[in-house]
Design a binder for this molecule. Structure first.
Ligand code: HMG
Length: 445
């Protein structure tokens, strides 16, 4: 059967920016090194007062449709993934379709619309839904629009405040895609966890340190599950590995775990044996605790090797460039990691066609998914057409006081009416409330 995957993608970055080491750290009385070296973040993107998950999602989708010359009748499905929804009944996809219908002649009345929630992993689940819809023969030749959109804000003074972000990713899922084909093989790691959740509340309750352990545990399970159905995998099987990136420091930990796991019983383990010994095997230890201590020791030594460091620089570091400038986008975060990697390849003239990406998605609560993607011949033109730098560079740089006000303006429990800090241009904006309490939108030229 023909290939199905991501034909094109566009991102929409919140119009405001908070400089983390320069503005946020000093105001919090923190060392800027926590951001630049520890978490690996330079800035966060924020929505201005007229922006929200609908405007950002609709703006990303509008750019995508215009660039690809699409009309509403070309789209058979609109799936939105978000964990920042403000309506418990009417899905965000209907709000976004309503926005798009303001600027196109046709309508989406025959498109199936839905919304998915499972923390950050729901973006990948929506891509999978679209893949299955096309593969099953139900798409009638149409494409699916998948939009991952979030305002990832935490309560003031929560440790998570350091990792905030806001933005949307729109992806077109089609037959014969230009960007990447998705693998049929998938691995899952899933368990009922309460490390990060929002039970009927806007800002998350989060046990940050535990959430990191849960991320690593589920990711390892997903990798094992993937290995069980894919052929033997090796660290060099993948040109890039985009992971869900709540902040780059988290990916540093996940990448080391993935490298240790995929290098076991390979020529890489053999070649490192003289330098750092072989990987510990549980059968060689009397109890689990001593085995785990040995694994930690081996992993620390592995991280210091030239072999690991050069692999990380080539395969993982390039996936982090957008995330460093925007923070966590929850459902969109693994998709901006993919975009960062492909942008890096484009900028460095890397020949990627036919190469494989290993994609590690994750959502708290908790579930990880691992699959492969095969880079298609049109990838270069697709990446060239994205305007990531322009969007990042044109953000308004917040002072700390402005940041405090904008955080209040997006806090559903406060009634803070503020002047926008930027002037919208050629974009959808939130412009007030309807008679049933619904949010309303218009397009500003
Ligand atoms: P924290 O207490 O603010 O930070 O919590 P910290 O003191 O642990 O410092 C962070 C790192 O910076 C540490 O590195 C420090 O050592 C280092 P590590 O030990 O972990 O390698 N550091 C420094 N390095 C150099 N120079 C310095 C310096 N100071 C400190 N001067 C935490 C950080 C991530 C826990 C917090 O921000 C948080 O709770 N974030 C939200 C939860 C989160 O992002 N969890 C990630 C996994 S769960 C996930 O990914 C799902 C999620 O996206 C949601 C969803 O699925 O929907 C969140």
């Amino acid at each position: 059967m023909t290939a199905v995957g991501i034909d094109a993608m566009e991102i929409w970055v919140g119009n405001l920016e908070l400089d983390l080491p320069g503005t946020f750290a000093p105001a919090q009385g923190e060392d800027p090194g926590k951001y630049t070296k520890g978490l690996g973040l330079h800035s966060s993107s924020f929505p201005d007062s007229y922006e929200d998950i609908v405007t950002m999602g609709a703006n990303a989708a509008h750019r995508l449709m215009d660039r690809k010359g699409l009309e509403p009748e070309d789209i058979g499905r609109i799936d939105v993934a978000t964990e920042s929804a403000f309506d418990n009944s009417k899905p965000v996809s209907t709000y976004i379709a309503g926005c798009l219908e303001q600027v196109y002649e046709g309508d989406f009345h025959h498109a199936n619309k839905g919304e998915r929630k499972f923390a950050c992993i729901s973006g990948t689940q929506s891509v999978n839904d679209a893949f299955n819809w096309i593969k099953s023969g139900r798409s009638r030749g149409r494409s699916a629009l998948v939009i991952a959109t979030d305002t990832a804000l935490y309560a003031r003074d929560d440790p998570g405040e350091a990792t905030q972000g806001a933005g949307a990713v729109a992806m077109l899922i089609s037959e014969d895609p230009s960007l990447v084909e998705l693998s049929t093989e998938q691995g899952f790691g899933s368990a009922d966890e309460t490390d990060f959740l929002k039970p009927q509340q806007q800002f998350p309750s989060v046990d940050g340190k535990r959430s990191m352990q849960v991320y690593l545990a589920r990711m390892r399970e997903a990798l094992e599950d993937y290995e069980a159905i894919a052929e033997d995998i090796h660290p060099d099987s993948f040109a890039y590995i985009p992971f869900h990136t709540p902040f780059p420091g988290m990916v540093r930990k996940a990448a080391l775990l993935a490298y240790r796991h995929t290098s076991r019983d390979t020529d890489v383990e053999d070649s490192l044996a003289e330098e750092i010994g072989r990987q510990p095997r549980e059968s060689e230890f009397e109890d689990r605790e001593s085995y785990e201590d040995a694994v930690r020791e081996y992993t620390d030594a592995l991280a210091e090797t030239e072999t690991y460091q050069s692999w990380y620089e080539a395969v993982v570091e390039p996936t982090l460039s957008i995330s460093r400038e925007v923070g966590n986008w929850y459902t969109g975060s693994v998709h901006i990691a993919r975009a960062s990697a492909l942008r890096h390849a484009y900028q460095n003239d890397v020949d990627l066609e036919g190469k494989t990406l290993g994609v590690g998605s994750y959502g708290s609560g908790a579930q990880a998914e691992v699959h492969a993607e095969y880079v298609q011949s049109g990838w270069r033109e697709e990446i060239e057409a994205m305007n990531v730098e322009e969007q990042l560079d044109s953000r308004y740089d917040l002072t700390f006081e402005e940041y405090e006000t904008i955080h209040d303006a997006h806090n559903h429990d406060l009634d803070t009416d503020i002047e926008a800090l930027t002037t919208p241009e050629n974009e959808f904006v939130f412009d007030g409330w309807g008679r049933m309490g619904e949010r309303q939108y218009s397009y500003v030229e």
